[in-house]
Design a protein around this ligand. Structure first.
Ligand code: 13P
Ligand code: SF4
Length: 368
């Protein structure tokens, strides 16, 4: 018997097609694939991509949608760590596609598994692990780091459930080793009344993370030195300026923003919290929002009777989310119609097993 190996259509042809043609090709291939495919779209995706999503959501909602979907193919319009999480949670016969493999996350790249294992070894050698230490990783991390947390009794969290999971773990553990976003960790710790001096920052490029053994011993939170370059662009003076320019404005920010911005804001929450808050706000209300520009612009368009501003006047766009262009989506879907799977995201079985432990623990504790 001879087997025919199908070749992928090259992407180059799509790069010269008109926008209208690309949109039409996405619609046609999406229809042709029917229930075989589910397209998931993160809230930061651009309009001409998110309009094709079967499910839109924040990183938590999309991971749950991936775990519940029965479609054979999950096309993830988001970034690499989200597609990896979908592959971890998916059934064995499901396949996950990321339309552009360059769609990464600079924050997730700030912690490698080698650095995390080395940090844990140093904590062990210094005797810190004689205390009960739980590793908790933000969803924005590699599958290998999620697996590390799964193996060590820890968990994954997202910006929408960090408070709930901190509550559980702070009750049962002496300290949390939080990866890789120091800001989400700090902003969540503050909600539990943890003083800033009990939160130390672990710099992976320094011995003992740049801390003394005593600082590590007395800390309640050890925060990995990572951040989001998009949310890091919001500064405290932006809050002062917009309050001066627009009286009665409310400031609503994502917890990846720095502590000083969060402290000056009225409300803090995940992307879906931000959306819900604006949806439920009265007509005429005024909002300055500190998160990714595609989401803020979409809210402004959806609610013309509410005044919506981006907190910073310059462009706060996630360039890696933007890598998922309609051209990539059309290319991935049309290849699928031909039976060719491009840009598949595959997490190896052992990593998948332990990462799944940490992700399922997250879902179970969040929905408890
Ligand atoms: P959410 O968890 O709010 O979806 O945020 C993910 C993210 O990458 C924000 O920068
Ligand atoms: Fe990563 Fe920041 Fe982009 Fe979110 S907005 S995907 S944290 S770089």
């Amino acid at each position: 018997m001879t087997s025919v190996s199908l070749e992928a259509k090259p992407i180059e042809a799509y790069l010269v097609m008109s926008d209208d043609e690309i949109q039409e090709r996405i619609r046609r291939s999406h229809d042709a694939l029917g229930s075989k495919v589910i397209i998931l779209g993160h809230h930061y995706q651009r309009d001409d991509v998110i309009c094709h999503a079967d499910v839109t959501g924040d990183s938590y909602q999309l991971s749950v949608a991936a775990s519940r979907s029965k479609a054979e193919f999950i096309v993830f319009c988001g970034v690499h760590f989200m597609a990896e999480s979908a592959d971890i949670l998916a059934r064995s016969n499901q396949r996950v596609i990321l339309p552009d493999l360059g769609a990464g996350c600079s924050m997730a790249d700030m912690a490698t598994i080698e650095q995390v294992e080395d940090a844990w070894r140093q904590l062990e050698e210094t005797g810190i692990l004689k205390q009960k230490v739980a590793p908790i990783t933000y969803m924005n991390s590699s599958a290998a780091i999620k697996a590390f947390c799964g193996r060590k009794g820890g968990v994954v969290c997202t910006s929408s459930n960090a408070t709930k999971l901190f509550e559980v773990y702070l009750r049962e553990y002496d300290k949390i080793f939080f990866l890789p976003d120091q800001h989400l960790g700090r902003n969540t710790g503050v909600k539990f009344g943890i003083p800033l001096e009990k939160m130390v920052v672990w710099n992976p490029h320094e011995e003992l993370g740049g801390c003394t053994p005593e600082e590590l011993r007395s800390a309640r939170l050890i925060l990995w030195k990572g951040h989001c370059s998009v949310h890091g662009r919001f500064k405290p003076w932006h809050v002062d300026l917009i309050r001066k320019q627009v009286p009665d404005i409310k400031v609503l920010v994502h917890p990846e923003c720095v502590y000083e911005v969060v402290q000056k804001s009225d409300l803090i929450g995940s992307t879906s919290f931000i959306i819900k808050t604006v949806e439920n706000a009265p007509e005429g209300s005024k909002w300055a929002i500190g998160t990714e520009v595609n989401l803020v612009n979409r809210l402004a368009k959806r609610f013309p009777n509410k005044e919506i501003y981006l907190l910073a006047p310059d462009l706060c766009m996630c360039a890696t989310m933007y890598r998922i262009a309609p051209q990539n989506l059309a290319w991935a879907l049309e290849n699928l119609v031909e039976g060719v799977v491009v840009n598949e995201i595959i997490v190896d079985e052992e990593t998948k097993h332990y990462a799944n432990v940490a992700l399922e623990r997250m879902i179970q504790l969040t929905e408890a």
